[in-house]
Design a binder for this molecule. Structure first.
Ligand SMILES: O=C(O)CCC(=O)C(=O)O
Length: 319
């Protein structure tokens, strides 16, 4: 483990990029036609870089929390402006091209299907911020962290991040599941505190054609479903006995680049195949209460930080 981390640390001297770009600027978001303006704290406190102009307990924030509570999924537009999104998108390409070599955290979530042209069907790279530490201080992580605290409480902290990528014509669907199905799959942990938020940020427009996310709003209220491996010996799981529920509630979330889908750990979701000529790039960041993070780590679950074997992935096919 030590060797893996020290190797990664050496690579971090890689051009740090202008990830700080825009971090210190004010920004505005929009969800369901509710606008919220954020301003930079004048009295800088590194923990909370941003501050909501119209107080965190404003009507607007209450409405967003209600959507999250009722649907388990909230779309927020304009989290990142175009210029900032481009910075992340170009860094993302460096991971994909292996200029930043994240081999020990990279695998194919779609390995249950034959791959074409020696490419991953659904490429997953865990822990990009291990390779580029400054990501944690950049606008994407700072803003999502602040929002997670506003939505679920001040004890919410960064748990892990990942990239999920579908190249053009990578026609593999990502099966319906609850995130908690993955987190509890190893049998190492169980959750009593269900506060967990995933921020799925689009770095290019996510459309029906290129494999946008689908959610089944409200399904987080039905408890934790059983899941099984979509194909024996593969990491990817699929929910069991939820077809009717999904068919009655599912809807696609096509979002513009720089926008984000915020979901809890129990809402059912899926992503479609990419049948377009364009790629689909998502940067995903997860938060949960610090006590829960500590409990997970103490029980040996680190979302693959120490290597993908921690997720039970041992059969990585090198592409
Ligand atoms: O990005 C995708 O296509 C799937 C993402 C997903 O299902 C997840 O992060 O749980």
């Amino acid at each position: 483990m030590k060797t893996l981390f020290s190797k990664i640390r050496r690579r971090q001297s890689f051009n740090k990029q202008s990830i700080y770009l825009n971090n210190l600027k004010n920004f505005s978001i929009n969800a369901n036609n509710i606008n919220i303006d954020f301003i930079k704290l004048t009295n800088e406190n590194k923990e909370d870089n941003f501050y909501i102009k119209n107080a965190p307990n404003s009507e607007a924030i209450k409405q967003m929390k209600t959507i999250l509570e009722n649907d388990g999924i909230l779309q927020i537009d304009n989290l990142l402006d175009e210029q900032t999104t481009e910075v992340y998108a170009s860094l993302y390409s460096k991971f994909l091209s292996k200029e930043i070599n994240a081999e020990s955290h990279r695998h194919d979530l779609g390995s249950f299907k034959e791959s074409k042209d020696n490419k991953e069907n659904v490429c997953q790279i865990m822990w990009p911020s291990l390779y580029i530490n400054s990501l944690l201080e950049g606008p994407l992580h700072q803003r999502t962290k602040y929002l997670s605290k506003v939505f679920f409480g001040k004890d919410m902290e960064f748990d892990f991040d990942m990239l999920i990528y579908k190249s053009a014509h990578s026609s593999t669907e990502f099966p319906w599941h609850q995130d908690e199905g993955y987190w509890t799959k190893s049998g190492k942990i169980q959750f009593t505190d269900l506060r967990g938020l995933s921020f799925w940020v689009a770095l290019n427009d996510a459309t029906l054609e290129n494999g946008c996310m689908w959610y089944a709003p409200g399904t987080h209220k039905h408890g934790l479903f059983k899941h099984k491996e979509v194909k024996e010996g593969h990491h990817t799981i699929v929910v069991q006995d939820a077809d009717d529920l999904i068919n009655n509630t599912k809807k696609p979330y096509q979002i513009k680049k720089g926008s984000v889908l915020v979901s809890n750990g129990r809402v059912l979701h899926y992503s479609g195949p990419n049948i377009s000529d364009n790629e689909r790039k998502a940067f995903i960041i997860n938060y949960r209460p610090i006590e829960v993070i500590n409990y997970m780590r103490q029980n040996g679950f680190d979302h693959g930080k120490s290597g993908l074997h921690n997720l039970g992935i041992d059969n990585i096919k090198k592409l």
